[in-house]
Design a protein around this ligand. Sequence first.
Ligand SMILES: [Ca+2]
Length: 138
Amino acid sequence: MRCPAPTTIATFRVPSKPEWFATPVLVQAGETITIEAKGIWVDAHIPCSADGYWAALFYWLGFPPRIADGDRYFRLMGRIGDPGQAPTADSVAETFVIGSRPPPIRMPRAGRLYVFANDRVGRYGNNWGCVTLTVSRA
Ligand SMILES: [Ca+2]
């Protein structure tokens, strides 16, 4: 039986400044996609990959990022939203961790893939750089 290779849907850059970045990727409920993120982006003066960086002190001081992420900041996160409208509020339940090379991710619903660096609300102005995502269908 033939086993097709993953099909690349799109390759694109994701800047770290927007609180929501609308990707060109539209998904169906239940399909599985793979994502690979390459490159370095910067939170203020802290360069990191799409895996973010360890920031237990910020959590301890009472300043976690938008989505609590086990003492990490700035990890690439994803969420499926309406194709023409980014989400207007964060939802822990609907957000999934991406990072730089996650295992295949099953899409919880149909829609557009939105992504963001998991920074603190109101602290996106000092973000720089972008990572490059390649999204494939398994
Ligand atoms: Ca920042």
